[in-house]
Design a protein around this ligand. Sequence first.
Ligand code: SF4
Length: 285
Amino acid sequence: MTRREKAAAVLDRLRADIPAPETELRYRTEFELLVAVILSAQCTDKRVNLVTPALFEAYPDAAAMAEAEADEIFPYIRSVSYPNNKAKALAKTARMLRDDYGGEVPREHAELVKLAGVGRKTANVVVAVAFDEPAIAVDTHVFRVSNRIGLVKDRPTPLAVEKGLRRVIPRDAWGEAHHLLILHGRYTCEARAPKCGRCPLVGQPDGPDLCDYYAALERLPAPLDGLDPKRGRYYSKTARRYFDEPATKTDRAGVEQIADPWTGSMSVFDTKTGRTTKRVKDYRV
Ligand code: SF4
């Protein structure tokens, strides 16, 4: 299966699983969407939705917010992350919108990224959601999920992931794919504990498994029974001995693993849990 075919199959399964792939931020106008997306950086949509009703009532448009100083905006958004910086960014952006863009949110990505608090990801969300232009915004969920599934191959930065996704997903599906991947990452493929047991990308009777991370997890050795933690923190299955001070070694997938300090074997188990110390490379930012 090529990566393009895989991307098409992944999107089909996610479409069936997520009937309404759209932003969970609440907004009524393009200005409100821009403000909500700025507030959502490093913060949950749920938290942003708690503060925006009062904020939008006080400052319904760019002209109204442009009259406010950052310390007047701050109390409305104090419970989101980085409220000081975001209050300053909102005040500055509102003035830029009023003075340079006639109070409207610009449609062009290149103009949006000139606004305070607006980076590539925020601009991508605004052009896709507000103006229905093709764009794939890569946030923490899209980054992690795309790498885990293998829609992109070991891409270390959000920009690299965005470029990789643009290559394998048809342009007219970019906006939808962004929401599908975010919602899949938020509710199923969670950062700390992905719910692989109920993931539509694997374990389907009528189709192949579509996740590289899951396949790598399946290849990990089963736990070892009967280990004695009193004899050492780790057990080397190859050398059949216990030890406390491990060495580290990099495996074929480029992941640093715990190793037996004498033989270099990476077939090492935690004696308390019996589980392998091998790790599957993960992607969390
Ligand atoms: S199988 Fe697991 S790791 Fe893979 S996409 Fe599904 S939840 Fe995420």
